[in-house]
Design a binder for this molecule. Structure first.
Ligand code: SF4
Ligand code: SF4
Length: 151
């Protein structure tokens, strides 16, 4: 009998609506207004890679030791260098980092002895092509090129 009355007076529906309207209170709305407001990401979040440069000289901090490439379990980092005959130092010529298959584990960053490679808090890595997900040295040093959105 009780069940029947509940059905006749649509009590379940009324209870459901009560929950819905209770949560309409603007104080209880948690929607983030992205991209107008950028959400805060965790301090230790690992996102887009960056190759750090000396802020005074603009020269790369990378010493082309290849340790990051060796540390990567997915072999996503490829770099080449040349020996400078005057200084006898290796100089970085090209550096690519494939973010399309990266799991942002941070092993490459940890392996770098001079803090040249860093995974930043930038999470906006969407793109339209796989090729666009491969960061070259310029993108790594200056930041990713903005994606041309198609509407
Ligand atoms: S974060 Fe991990 S998977 Fe990505 S490049 Fe570095 S070592 Fe490889
Ligand atoms: S580990 Fe650091 S210094 Fe060595 S090649 Fe990678 S980014 Fe450059």
């Amino acid at each position: 009998m009780r069940k029947l009355l509940r059905k006749i007076f649509l009590l379940d529906l009324v209870e459901g609506l009560k929950v819905t309207f209770r949560n309409q209170d603007p104080k209880r709305i948690y929607t983030e207004q992205y991209p107008a407001e950028r959400p805060k990401v965790g301090e230790r979040y690992r996102g887009a890679p960056r190759l750090n440069v000396n802020p005074e000289t603009g020269e790369t901090l990378c010493i082309a030791c290849n340790l990051c490439a060796l540390a990567c379990p997915e072999h996503l980092i490829v770099l080449y260098s040349e020996r400078n005959e005057e200084t006898r130092r290796k100089e970085l010529t090209t550096f690519t980092f494939d973010t399309s298959r990266c799991m942002f584990c941070g092993l490459c960053e940890d392996a770098c002895p001079v803090d040249a490679l860093e995974l930043t808090q930038d999470f906006e890595l969407a793109g339209y092509t796989r090729e666009g997900q491969i960061f070259d040295r310029q993108m790594l040093e200056e930041g990713p090129r903005p994606v041309q959105y198609k509407f």
